[in-house]
Write a protein that binds this ligand. Structure first.
Ligand code: COA
Ligand code: MG
Length: 297
């Protein structure tokens, strides 16, 4: 299996909704979200797990999601629900799965094998079902170097701050310093293996200024997108995780200057009073790739 081109799927905003709410799933198909995550895990009461699976399968089979990526968050492997989550939803062919509370590469490989079997049985291209994992336990954070290498179908790491704080006995604050180390670890591990990094949920639905600040800092750390839990959060997240017009312009100008310098044989040069070398060129290329994926150029 080759790492697929789906690695470059645009995932700035990833909106969760409970899988037993057809109303919210239908609503999501009208919203500006890059990904729709139909949840079977913690957003669904135990008594509703079975109904939620059916609702998600029906939504996948009948609704038009347009350009939005269709993801299903299943229950973790150590629960009695995961196998059935996959069995009921796989035939409806989502674009991929979100596996929560991952703690080890074995868990990811086991789910990967299950997805590979389904691809083979249905005649779908090998590796076409994406896998994104939520790292949100202390053991998961410590296992990151193995987790990123677990399976070629893995495309993104998602950072779950609330569960991690619970697991660590940390007290959540608005500033988030209690999860900062882990939040950095996740984005670092993702970068080391060419994966996308999706930042934590912002739970205060009314505080859009706070959301904006958290997006800005997440992006500064290197995160490429952020989970959302309410439609209101989407415009802020999309804006903060898209390159601005000014950033695009600067990147284009820098690359132009670089090409001119390169033609004259020099690898490092001065541009607008600053030193420019390869890492800055790569950063500019990344900005333009993001802008292209977002349809901004
Ligand atoms: N996805 C899609 N639509 C959503 C939505 C979501 N996550 N959250 C709210 N909406 C819709 C509502 O259905 C409502 O639309 P309607 O008027 O057509 O019915 C509209 O947006 C306004 O919603 P609002 O009344 O402000 O919120 P609510 O009280 O219906 O729901 C929550 C509040 C927190 C329960 C809801 O936002 C939610 O379910 N969020 C996701 C929670 C989740 O999945 N958690 C697990 C992952 S962390
Ligand atoms: Mg969680």
């Amino acid at each position: 299996m080759q790492p697929s081109e789906e690695r470059f799927v645009l995932r700035r905003s990833l909106l969760f909704m409970p899988g037993d709410s057809l109303r919210k799933i239908r609503k999501a198909t009208t919203l500006e979200t890059d990904c729709v995550i139909m949840d079977l895990e913690d957003g669904v009461a135990v008594s509703q797990k079975a109904a939620a699976r059916q609702t998600v399968a029906e939504a996948l089979a009948t609704l038009d999601f347009g350009h939005r990526e269709r993801l299903v968050r299943i229950n973790p492997p150590d629960t009695p629900w995961m196998e059935e989550d996959l069995a009921v939803t796989l035939p409806a062919r989502p674009d991929g799965y979100v596996l929560p509370k991952v703690q080890s590469p074995e868990e990811i490989r086991a789910v990967g094998r299950r997805l590979a079997q389904a691809e083979e049985r249905h005649g779908w291209p090998p590796g076409s079902l994406a896998l994104l994992v939520v790292v949100e336990t202390a053991r998961g954070i410590l296992a990151l170097p193995e987790i990123v290498r677990a399976d070629l179908r893995l495309q993104a790491l998602m950072f779950g701050a609330e569960d991690l704080a619970g697991d660590m006995g940390a007290r959540r604050t608005r500033e988030g310093w209690e999860v900062f180390h882990a939040r950095s670890q996740v984005v670092l591990a993702a970068a080391a293996h060419g994966l996308q990094a999706i930042d934590m949920v912002f739970v205060d639905l009314a505080d859009l200024a706070g959301l904006e600040a958290e997006c800005a800092f997440g992006r500064q750390l290197g995160y490429t997108g952020k989970m959302a839990i309410h439609p209101r959060q989407l415009p802020v997240i999309n804006r903060l995780f898209s390159p601005s017009a000014e950033e695009i312009q600067r990147a284009q100008a820098l690359l132009q200057a670089f090409r001119a310098q390169e033609a004259s044989g020099s690898g490092v040069f001065e541009w607008e009073g600053k030193m420019v070398d390869r890492p800055m060129v790569r950063a500019a290329q990344r900005v333009l790739a993001q802008a292209q994926a977002a349809g901004l150029i």
